[in-house]
Design a protein around this ligand. Structure first.
Ligand code: SER
Length: 903
């Protein structure tokens, strides 16, 4: 885990408020908070990711308690009962959306940090109040006369505790209703009454204390919210008690920094000064001039975009990626308002990394990738921005304050020029012109309907009906699996026997569709993930994951309970299997590049298969890859593995990607934007040694592949070769198995393993020699002995001609003729018949006639008599030698007799 907090400066935090002014940096305040609670027995826990792993309904983590949601309700156990965090939060998109307000107010942010302390059934109200009050007034030395608190209207206990612990009078404690003093995370989840601490920024600012008619002014600012978590809110509206009363507090780091640094505006704290200063320098804008609002927008959005990209969220047209794109494009438009015509925001990333990288090392690790992603998105957007703004200005020329821009125009800007709706709204806000949102939505719906029509014309509709329908009604499933292998999702659809159903029962097989998943759906040659899903009283195994038109279908067998629509589920990918798949996929890219270098540029990918246990790669090449070439390819790929360099993913336009030299599958249809995976240190000025368009999952560093070993090479069609390879443990195990086989062979040979090959070839020579000798011996034995005399016993004279008729066994059919020849030689003149009784019961016969007699007898004619006797027919050959056979070898004597009779 990363350690999110630096401890610098913490020791000097005990000072009066006045002293603290301008002395205490945001970084100091963050670490001072965490150190204080750690000193008071709390576990310092790292910030959880912005994309929540444990909540299927939340777009981004928006409070410190999100990562502890299930700890409060008792579902999840942790080894501590109190904790403290500095949590990164994004409030843009989804339920809490502050995007539109950023730049217009002193305190709205799309990205902010929430400092918090938590008790999971450990301490409750009294200790929470005591810890908060002591930190503010003692450790941080805030003037208690500037503080006020609120309590929930009938929380007499909290009222009494504040009086006792803080020693403040009822004049400084305000009772407020549920609207402001009952906190809940969302429609469901842990909740409870709360108590808020307010800070008075001073008379020079207009506003009144909480609960007063002037409370909306900016003088009294809420700095800390203490939630007394007592209940869990359920979807059906009911509320039950938590297992034990708990505490969740949240303090915005930017707000408390403003207080501690003696400024009123969050954007005047040191961290924002640095970011705004850089933005001003890069755009040439005056910090105190008219462009200040745009500088604030850029500074704020730079933080959210960088943190989201560092977590692997990339700009897209769906879900979280789209919220990111909206943030990025809004910032980019403000950069152009400041006069920038070229990409400029990406140049500000290093300042952010300098300011926040120590507390959040993911920024340091991701710096190159963040910079590149921002630069590319800027380039892409700037191409259409000018034209879009021109259209906007033309279309609104005739409009005045209070008018409304047509929804269709806003949609055209969105669809053709990449203007998110809120960007158009933002651009018109200063002129007080609104956008007809209903018209915009209608134009969007019409476009979707047209897209649907083109689907149904594609011919696949019949079998794919369900999936098309789900893609249409649910939209694509959000894939979280680039970053995580465990996440929660909510059941959106269930399918059994090809039909939508409301539930899957124990023992049922079917498909589950959720709104977001870490499971990879089979595509691009990479197999789908398998694993487990679990929920309240329900469990299922996922045997495979498919992807249909962007909808991920988890094929499951329910092992326990009942799966129903709307259920939240924890989805757990089989980690070991996925790791092996990652390694194999990354290795495929390395082999691809190595093959191209070794064999030539004609090597184009024709297909691939990436499974957990192996990989294969098909490519254009007209002849077999030689062992030397294969060794060179393997060496090259392993050299990149040994570099252990980071594997980087970017999102790029297809054309840009191809221009950058990224390898793409010829003829493959890509969307407008593609993931580009780069690995290995670049040899030129490219993005990496291997750069490919790829939507698959990959290792983090090339070293994670371990090693790659090519195990087979073959042809799969005209001009297409296939190599198969193993990586990591599979490659190692195969190597080990082969060594074990050689060792065992050496043991059998009683030789050293280096001698095995020589010994085996000597053995083979020996066997051949012995076989030859054995054949000779068998022939001799077959003719009744070893001497010429022994054979002569069988000679007879028929009609004045010497006739030899013999039956033999135990020799090969091909050797029968040889026997006939040697008998002919021995007798000098005559006729020879040799019948072999085969082991299979068949007979093979050869007949020889010495040359002096071929005018009288033709072997080719005689043979027919012999094969007929053996129950066969035919046979053939020359006058001096013929061969044939029949099914019945036991009639060998009849065959010999038939020839005798014919002489
Ligand atoms: N959850 C509460 C809030 O977000 C306190 O942390 O304000």
């Amino acid at each position: 885990m990363e350690s999110p907090h630096c401890s610098c400066g913490a020791a000097n935090m005990r000072h009066s408020r006045d002293e603290s002014l301008s002395m205490t940096s945001v970084n100091d305040i963050r670490s001072s908070f965490v150190d204080y609670f750690a000193r008071n027995g709390h576990e310092a826990v790292a910030s959880s990711p912005l994309v929540p792993r444990n909540d299927p309904t939340l777009m981004f983590t928006n409070a410190g308690m999100v990562q502890f949601k299930n700890v409060f309700t008792g579902i999840e156990k942790r080894p501590y009962s109190t904790a403290t965090t500095a949590q990164k939060c994004v409030r843009a998109g989804g339920k809490h959306n502050d995007l539109d307000n950023v730049g217009f107010t002193a305190r709205h942010h799309t990205f902010f940090e929430m400092l918090g302390n938590f008790s999971f059934g450990d301490y409750f109200k009294d200790r929470a109040i005591e810890l908060a009050w002591n930190l503010l007034t003692k450790d941080w030395g805030l003037d208690k006369n500037r503080l006020m608190v609120t309590v929930y209207e009938d929380d007499d206990e909290a009222m009494a505790l504040w009086k006792k612990i803080a020693g403040i009078g009822e004049d400084r404690i305000v009772r407020l209703g549920a609207k402001s003093n009952f906190w809940q995370m969302g429609d469901t989840g842990p909740c409870g009454p709360c108590s808020e601490i307010f800070y008075d920024h001073g008379e020079h600012i207009w506003g009144g204390p909480p609960g007063s008619p002037e409370e909306d002014g900016d003088r009294w600012i809420e700095i800390w919210n203490l939630v007394f978590m007592q209940f869990e809110q359920h979807g059906d509206g009911s509320r039950t008690g938590l297992p034990r009363p708990s505490i969740d507090t949240g303090m915005g780091l930017e707000r408390i920094s403003a207080v501690m640094q003696g400024v009123h505006d969050n954007y005047d704290i040191d961290l924002f000064k640095a970011l705004i200063g850089t933005a001003a320098a890069m755009t040439g804008a005056d910090v105190n001039g008219e462009g200040n609002r745009s500088l604030r927008v850029i500074a704020d959005h730079l933080r959210s975009m960088s943190f989201l990209i560092a977590e692997g969220v990339l700009p897209s047209n769906e879900g979280r990626g789209y919220v990111l794109r909206r943030i990025m494009r809004r910032a980019m438009r403000h950069a152009t308002l400041l006069g920038s015509e070229e990409p400029v925001i990406f140049k500000m990333v290093p300042t952010l990394v300098r300011e926040m990288g120590q507390a959040y090392p993911e920024l340091v690790r991701g710096e190159a990738m963040i910079t590149e992603t921002v630069r590319l998105e800027e380039g892409r957007f700037l191409k259409t921005l000018g034209r879009g703004l021109q259209i906007l200005s033309d279309e609104t020329k005739a409009l005045g304050e209070g008018d409304i821009l047509a929804g269709a125009t806003a949609f055209k800007l969105y669809d053709t020029y990449g203007f998110p709706l809120d960007l158009t709204q933002d651009a018109l806000r200063a002129r007080n012109i609104a956008v007809d949102q209903a018209g915009f939505d209608a134009a969007m719906a019409q476009q979707k309907a047209e897209a649907r029509k083109s689907w149904s014309g594609s011919g696949e509709a019949a079998t794919d009906g369900i999936w098309y329908g789900l893609a249409d009604s649910l939209g694509p499933t959000e894939f979280l699996g680039y970053e995580t292998e465990i996440a929660e999702g909510e059941v959106k659809a269930l399918i059994r026997n090809g039909a939508l159903v409301d539930a899957l029962e124990t023992g049922d097989e079917g498909f589950v569709v959720v709104n977001q998943t870490p499971f990879y759906g089979e595509s691009g040659g990479q197999v789908g993930d398998s694993g487990l899903i679990k929920g309240d009283g329900v469990a299922a195994t996922v045997t495979e994951t498919q992807k249909h038109h962007g909808v991920f279908a988890h094929k499951v067998t329910v092992t326990e309970g009942r799966l129903t629509k709307g259920q939240p589920l924890e989805l757990l990918v089989d980690h070991e299997r996925r790791s092996a798949i990652r390694a194999n996929h990354s290795a495929t890219h390395l082999l691809h590049e190595a093959l191209r270098i070794v064999l030539g540029d004609h090597v184009a990918q024709k297909g691939s298969m990436v499974a957990p246990d192996r990989l294969r790669f098909d490519f254009v090449h007209t002849k077999p890859v030689t062992p030397q070439e294969m060794a060179a390819v393997e060496d090259m790929a392993n050299a990149i593995i040994l570099q252990n360099s980071p594997v980087e993913t970017r999102l790029m336009g297809v054309e840009e990607a191809k221009e950058s030299g990224a390898r793409a599958l010829f003829g493959e249809k890509y969307g407008d934007e593609v993931r580009v995976v780069a690995m290995g240190e670049p040899t030129g000025n490219g993005l990496g040694w291997s750069v490919e368009l790829c939507g698959g999952t990959h290792v983090r560093r090339t070293g994670d592949i371990g090693l790659v070993s090519i195990v087979a090479e073959s042809a799969v069609g005209a001009g297409v070769r296939r190599i198969e390879a193993l990586t990591g443990n599979a490659a190692r195990h195969r190597g080990n198995n082969h060594v074990a086989i050689v060792d065992a062979a050496a043991g059998l040979l009683r030789a050293g393993s280096h001698e095995v090959l020589d010994r085996i070839s000597a053995l083979q020579d020996n066997i051949k020699k012995i076989e030859r000798e054995l054949t000779d011996a068998r022939k001799k034995l077959a003719l009744g002995g070893t001497g010429a005399g022994a054979a002569a016993n069988a000679d007879e004279t028929v009609n004045g001609v010497t006739y030899v008729g013999r039956t033999v066994e135990g020799i090969a059919a091909k050797d029968v003729k040889g026997l006939v020849d040697s008998e002919k030689k021995r007798i000098g003149s005559g006729v020879v018949t040799v019948v072999l009784k085969g082991e299979d019961g068949k007979g093979t016969v050869a007949i020889g006639v010495t040359d002096d007699l071929t005018a009288r007898y033709a072997a080719g004619n005689l043979i027919k008599l012999a094969t007929a006797a053996l129950g066969g027919q035919g046979g053939g050959g020359r006058p001096d030698m013929a061969q044939g056979g029949g099914p019945d070898g036991s009639r060998a004597d009849e065959a010999i007799a038939a020839i005798r009779a014919a002489l």
